[in-house]
Design a protein around this ligand. Structure first.
Ligand code: NDP
Ligand code: GDR
Length: 342
């Protein structure tokens, strides 16, 4: 039985990856940071499975910035594969927490790589790199495109990308970068734009009158479906040689077009319900990210099948179902759209 350690297991991708690996028969270990409230909503269902997954999924407390704890866990778990997904992953928030984002989304990767190197653990390592690293480079972006990061988040991830490559080249580690373009799902964090939109379309279609406050609607993103993207992560670690891959659909929508698909799906015109709030604008914006997934198709046999329009519809349907069973109080909907700058 293969053993995997997932950092960021409570996040969108970590939860889908844990499912995928358990389905494949892995023993899965996840790093979870302590919080004053429960953070395991996305993986609780894995514990409700009465069969053997209960004994094959283990969570360990730890913070990704705590090198000693990472070393201890790597020795204890001795994973065959490490999927490093933990990060401060919000681009807008990274402008408010630049140094913190550098620690969590950048330097923590070095702590993990170094712990693996010092222990001499013969594991395979996946780094969650991002299309944000391309920043100001015009589309289509591929593995050889220049990295021109335009946010503290993207700068931190670019550092981690290069450290991963350096440890591969310098120490012969099987360490790879998955350069993933935006990927979404009903489990997407509520402050990312697609989920803000799908939740708003659902609640407004059910009668809520509170508008949706957004920033820049002109940004263009290559949006794919998260469960398909975690399959690509796994394939990268099964490849004969370590290498870096762009994972994307190859086509894109603007935020405005995504709004059209989401609100149109429930018979609404988004223009009646969306307001601009400058707090959601970014000091430096990334205008257009559209990936070229050709290498992943050739080498890994991986292709995206769900595009932005279908994604908008499936996310709205999921939020409609959720809102019907547990309608959010109006006040909390308003507070969560107005309180901070996402
Ligand atoms: P999420 O924001 O949903 O999840 C982030 C995870 O990191 C959560 O489990 C979070 O824990 C954990 N985390 C944050 N800080 C710490 C810390 N200090 N110590 C331990 N754990 C921590 O991100 P996604 O699932 O969407 O993305 C996964 C990874 O892929 C991230 O690294 C992201 O930057 C990267 N990425 C994502 C893309 C996307 O479109 N989704 C595209 C390209 C890259 P908690 O639940 O407690 O907050
Ligand atoms: P992104 O995703 O920055 O691409 O990073 P996000 O959904 O936050 O923004 C996408 C685009 O929408 C614009 N936008 C808004 N964004 C948010 N969050 N809130 C708003 O109100 C809003 N209005 C407009 C943004 O300006 C941006 O252009 C995501 C994260 O998952 C990263 O971790 C990951 O690396 C990249 O995708 C690829």
């Amino acid at each position: 039985m293969k053993r995997a350690l997932i950092t960021g297991i409570t996040g969108q991708d970590g939860s889908y990856l844990a499912e995928l690996l358990l389905d494949k028969g892995y023993e899965v270990h996840g790093l979870v940071r302590r919080a004053s409230t429960f953070t395991t909503a996305r993986i609780n269902h894995l514990y409700e499975d009465p069969r053997e997954s209960l004994t094959r999924l283990t969570l360990h407390y730890g913070d990704i910035t705590d090198g000693a704890r990472l070393t201890e866990l790597l020795v204890k778990v001795a994973p065959d594969e490490v999927y490093h997904l933990a990060a401060q992953s919000h681009v807008r928030v990274s402008f408010d927490q630049a140094a913190h984002t550098g620690e969590v989304s950048g330097i923590a990767t070095t702590r993990l790589l170094d712990a693996i190197r010092v222990i001499g653990l013969p594991c395979r390592f996946y780094q969650a790199s991002t299309s944000e690293m391309f920043g100001g480079t015009p589309p289509p972006q591929h593995e050889g495109s220049p990295l021109r990061p335009r946010s503290p988040y993207a700068v931190a991830k670019t550092y981690a990308y290069w450290m991963t490559r350096n440890y591969r080249e310098g120490y012969g580690m099987f360490a790879v970068n998955g350069i993933l373009f935006n990927h979404e799902s009903p489990r997407r964090g509520e402050t990312f734009v697609t989920r803000k939109i799908s939740r708003a379309a659902a609640r407004i279609s059910l009668g809520d009158r509170v508008p949706l406050y957004l920033g820049n609607l002109d940004a263009v993103r290559d949006w794919g479906y998260a469960p398909e993207y975690v399959e690509a992560m796994w394939r990268m670690l099964q490849a004969p040689e370590p290498d870096d891959f762009v994972i994307a659909t190859g086509s894109a929508l603007s935020v405005r077009e995504f709004l059209g698909h989401a609100f149109g799906h429930v018979g609404l015109d988004w223009r009646d319900h969306v307001r601009h709030d400058a707090r959601h604008d970014r000091p430096t914006e990334v205008d257009s990210l559209i990936g070229d997934p050709g290498k992943a198709a050739r080498v890994l046999g991986w292709r995206a099948t769900v595009g932005g329009a279908e994604l908008a519809r499936l996310m709205v349907d999921a939020d409609l179902a959720a809102a019907r069973t547990a309608p959010a109080p109006r006040t909390s909907a308003e507070a969560s759209t107005r309180a901070v700058s996402w």
